[in-house]
Ligand binder design. Structure first.
Ligand code: PHE
Length: 346
């Protein structure tokens, strides 16, 4: 019976099976227990010979049971570990991928291009006062140019009695940079600007980038070279032609509007190409000029010592021209289909 029990234990492959064998051998009704009970009725001689045999059988069964139980538990653990293994070779499920918005991407491109020319990035507040936004830029209280800006004003004035507004251009950063850093100066200032205006080509919030160079002996040639170098880098072609037109901004004198030539490719306007007189036509891309003496003074500098040029342009418009987009409003809709059509989303 001992051999049978040991064989059964060896063959048991679940804890339940092991337990059933234990009950059948060592349980109250078990055969080992029954043998132990017979010891009481034995003669001392019989007991001396049978006793050790029965106890040895009980030890053997108990040890075999413990052994088998440990074996089964280890096997169960192994099976669980194997089942729960992470298979690193399996392909991961595809997740929707985010991407950088075209406006942010173009701002990054611009910062990189100007960084190569030694420009640092400056910034100013979107909530401005009318001194920085207008007055210091040679647009005094009654200046008609203020009307061009369709300004969003706040109802309250600041502690110095200045009207507060959402900046209408990035030009106030010119003033803030001169006052904070002095001269010489070479900065760009990308950021949001606001005008009360809305149609297919105007949104109440849009993005501009300002450029300002203040140094000694700066002249229009520096401005032209800088803008030409910038536009060629931005549109990634050498055959960009510029046309400088005399214009008017209160904060520059003389003022220059910059057009780039475009050609028509399959009815679409493409910047560049077409030689000195592009067959498509001219598109205005920048406002610029030599910084007005009064602006240099407002920036706390002596205009007899320091000269400079400044330029400003719409980042959203540059993005539209570079990537062939035609509705400005789509930039701010956050429509994934539109973004992915232009390769800006997965
Ligand atoms: N601030 C002007 C605008 O908003 C652009 C500009 C900047 C023009 C600097 C000249 C010099 O249109």
């Amino acid at each position: 019976q001992l051999d049978q029990t040991l064989a059964a234990i060896a063959a048991a492959d679940t804890l339940d099976a092991v337990e059933a064998i234990r009950v059948a051998a060592l349980g109250k009704q078990g055969w080992v227990s029954a043998l132990l009970k017979t010891l009481g009725q034995m003669s001392p001689e019989e007991r001396q010979s049978e006793g050790p045999r029965i106890h040895a059988a009980r030890e053997a069964v108990t040890a075999a049971l413990a052994d088998r139980r440990a074996g089964i538990e280890a096997a169960v653990l192994d099976a669980r570990l194997a089942a729960e293994t992470v298979d690193l070779s399996l392909p991961a499920p595809a997740l929707p991928k985010g991407s950088v918005h075209p406006v942010s991407q173009v701002m990054d491109e611009l910062a990189e291009i100007f960084a190569d020319m030694g420009f640092a990035v400056a910034s100013g507040p979107e909530i401005e006062d009318d001194w920085h936004n207008f007055t210091a830029l040679n647009m005094p209280e009654t200046h008609p140019a203020r009307a061009m800006h369709d300004t969003f004003y706040f109802p309250d004035r600041d502690a110095q009695g200045r009207s507060m507004l959402l900046r209408t251009h990035t030009s106030p950063v010119q003033i803030r940079s001169m006052l904070a850093q002095g001269a010489p100066l070479r900065i760009i200032a990308p950021g949001r600007v606001y005008r009360s205006d809305s149609d297919a080509t105007h949104t109440p919030m849009f993005h501009q980038i300002e450029g300002l160079v203040i140094d000694k002996g700066i002249h229009l040639g520096h401005l032209k070279w800088t803008l030409e170098t910038f536009l060629k880098a931005f549109f990634e072609r050498d055959d960009i032609v510029l046309r400088l037109r005399p214009s008017y901004f209160p904060f520059t004198e003389p003022s220059v509007e910059v057009d780039v030539g475009y050609t028509l490719v399959n009815g679409k306007r493409v910047i560049g190409g077409g030689g000195d007189v592009p067959d498509g036509g001219w598109m205005e891309v920048l406002g610029s000029g030599m910084v007005n003496r009064r602006v240099i003074e407002a920036g706390g500098l002596d205009p007899d010592e320091w000269q400079g040029f400044a330029f400003g342009t719409g980042v959203d418009r540059l993005a539209m021209l570079k990537y062939g987009m035609d509705d400005l409003r789509a930039f701010f809709d956050g429509d994934i289909r539109w973004l992915s059509h232009y390769g800006f989303a997965a």
